[in-house]
Ligand binder design. Sequence first.
Ligand code: ATP
Length: 425
Amino acid sequence: MTSLDTIVALAKRRGFIYPGSELYGGITGFWDYGPLGTELKKNIKSEWWRSMVQLREDVVGLDAAIIMNPGVWEASGHTKAFADPLVECKVCHKRFRADKQEEIDSHGATHDKPEWTDPKQFNLLTEVYLGVTEPKQKVYLRGEITQGVFVNFRNVVDSTRIKIPFGIAQIGKAFRNEITPGNFTFRSREFEQMELEFFVKNDDQEGDKWYQYWKAERMKWYVSLGMDKGNLRFRDHRDDERAHYARHATDIEYNAPFGWSEFEGIHHRGDYDLGNHKLTYRDEAANEEYTPWVIETSGGVDRAALFFLLEAYKEEEKRVVLKLHPRLAPMKVAVFPLVANKDNITAKAQEVHAMLKAKFMTAWDARGNIGKRYLAQDEAGTPMCVTIDYTTLEDDTVTVRDRDTMKQDRVNISKLIEFIDGRLL
Ligand code: ATP
């Protein structure tokens, strides 16, 4: 199994993920995405959006503000209950989540006489203050993106023709004052979520049907983007960890180097959310009004980026290769002039580069020998490398080298876009 350190090092070296504010000594729980990481994250989000919104007729999108009227968080219960119990090591004053027994035990083992405080509740909402004159208004950075969907439920129903069962999808940043950020980006204080709130009739059969449906759909999505089924599993929440309102809850977990870890939660939330906000739905055809039930799928973009990187990383005999699904790969293709000192080859390669760039994220590399350039692109996960050589000048063909098989094809430039498109499915 790939170690976390290997991925942390690769992420830094190749420009996927850097520690946040590194120049000033860093800041715990915050990360910056570099040129390749930004593309990877963008691709994860657009694949999610394609499958959850674009290809469906029963889901619409939303992009709500990060800061909301604090009344939202009162009504949702977050100001009171969005809390993790926390214990403090009396020896060194480090804090840990009381529900993470393994972490507590392993920390305890570092002291001769470990001693802990009783668990205390710790609210995870991040407070910010608005306005320039006193008293400033205390508001919160959203701790989950979900509430923005619920408070716009009526707006969406009134401004579209959508009818239950339907969903509202959203992607956006969330902030949690996590007690123990760690495992690289896995537990951060600023992160991005991609969520679907799917509204169904308040009926047991409907609720169960859609809960099962979304469980299966979400698992399929990860597998369709190259996750090995053996590294994924469902883990149903135990009765003592399931929120009191949740009828069913399961996590999709990934077999990470730090143990099976939550990727995404799928929750049957009953009428809890719309009930909190006193929202109902009027079914004109059936002439009835009710509080819809919610099935939620809630995944993290940063955890997806991390787990896709872990999954894709392969050390082969003479190379390190990121076998990312082509749709997730940051760069789709790289263009190389065979030699850097022949003007006619460089000019032709620049022409091909300009043509491909208009269509795909395309890298350019003219340094060193071709073998080294291949290795650099393998490590960045680029699925194809196109080389312009002497034969190109004679017959307008180029070589296209495949990242995974390392096989080369000779392709006419006029057919190149079509050829690359065919490999990006
Ligand atoms: P955990 O038990 O790991 O704290 P959670 O059950 O609180 O997670 P949810 O509230 O269900 O998480 O959030 C939904 C998704 O948001 C998670 O599956 C995860 O992908 C992502 N997420 C939650 N907290 C974080 C975090 N601190 N850093 C990165 N991603 C997160």
